[in-house]
Design a protein around this ligand. Structure first.
Ligand SMILES: [Zn+2]
Length: 337
């Protein structure tokens, strides 16, 4: 068809599929109040429910143009196996980022030791899942755990994802405990490297951005979730100036639309710089696809098609379709494989 366009599939580098259950729930005055609602959902999960609910959420992702997902999973080992089955059923490429959780949260999140955690990762890998390491955060992983997991990552070549710098309180607590900011602690414990993706980095300071660049680490931005939770704006100018690799995630799945994530990124950059075309369209689309694949060490993932007859593309010149996607379309313009 005239104007028909095939694209690499979008890659969702950061998802917590169980949080899809909170869509439409608006109570909670800030991130920490929202977290209580999230913990209530997590408390009641069973492997059977994970299998069913995650398959539905992954089908929604597929319909909205994501053909691969990094599931940052912290709700139990049996549930991780159920997540892998759900992804197979929904036909989405999955990388299971099993979270290490040493303290806080719920009992079901936690392993007894870093060694036990690493055995769980290995067991999932041996069962056929694509796996990555995910020390949940500097809140959930004490320093000794981060050191053990960082050393393992360096040895085994697995990707390593960690939340850092999402909320000011997390930074204050990390400073009080270690005299270091979260990304400084990740660097000091061997958790920063070219296979590392820091999720959010919303409140990273200049020194932390320098550390990310020096270690070749990337950042996953989740703009619809960061907006929904009142996290703040990412330090886009600093990330872009340093050439730090970027990718996107649907995170809490309050919204599942890769085009909206990319539009939010560029819209934020424009508001912050008072300029237009801060991130070129081709680069934005690459952040949404190859950027995520790089973060997950995925070599191949299915492509998608744009519906050239969709009403939101009426009157758009073929050459302008990529920019129209980012600035003027929702995911319903995309067709999965
Ligand atoms: Zn997250």
């Amino acid at each position: 068809m005239p104007g028909s366009l095939t694209l690499p599939g979008f890659v969702n580098a950061h998802s917590h599929a169980f949080q899809r259950a909170l869509r439409g729930k608006v109570e909670g005055g800030d991130f920490w109040a929202w977290r209580e609602s999230m913990l209530d959902v997590a408390r009641g999960l069973t492997p059977g429910q994970v299998r069913e609910d995650y398959a539905a959420t992954y089908r929604e992702m597929r319909a909205d143009g994501y053909t691969a997902v990094g599931e940052f999973h912290y709700v139990g080992f049996a549930e991780a196996q159920a997540a892998a089955e759900a992804a197979r059923e929904a036909g989405i490429e999955l990388v299971l980022l099993l979270a290490a959780y040493g303290r806080g949260g719920l009992e079901r999140f936690r392993q007894g030791s870093a060694a036990e955690y690493l055995r769980q990762v290995e067991a999932l890998g041996e069962a056929g899942a694509r796996v990555g390491l995910a020390p949940h955060s500097v809140r959930a992983c004490p320093r000794a755990w981060l050191e053990e997991i960082g050393a393992y990552a360096a040895r085994d070549g697995l990707v390593l994802h960690a939340h850092a710098g999402e909320q000011p309180r997390e930074i204050e607590e990390c400073l009080a405990e270690y005299g270091l900011r979260p990304i400084e602690l990740l660097a000091a414990t061997g958790c920063l490297g070219p296979r590392t993706t820091v999720v959010h980095a919303t409140h990273a300071d200049e020194r932390e951005l320098d550390l990310l660049a020096e270690h070749g680490a990337g950042v996953c931005l989740c703009p619809t979730t960061e907006a929904n939770l009142g996290d703040g704006f990412p330090p886009l100018a600093g990330l872009l100036a340093r050439g730090i690799p970027l990718c996107i995630g649907s995170d809490s799945n309050v919204r599942i639309d890769p085009l909206e994530e990319l539009r939010e990124l560029e819209g934020t950059a424009r508001r912050q710089t008072l300029r237009r075309n801060v991130i070129p369209v081709e680069r934005l689309l690459a952040i949404g696809s190859a950027g995520g694949a790089g973060a997950l060490a995925l070599e191949a993932w299915p492509g998608i098609e744009v519906d050239p007859g969709h009403r939101s593309l009426a009157g758009v010149e073929p050459a302008d379709v990529p920019a129209a996607l980012v600035h003027g379309c929702s995911a319903d313009v995309l067709r999965g494989p």
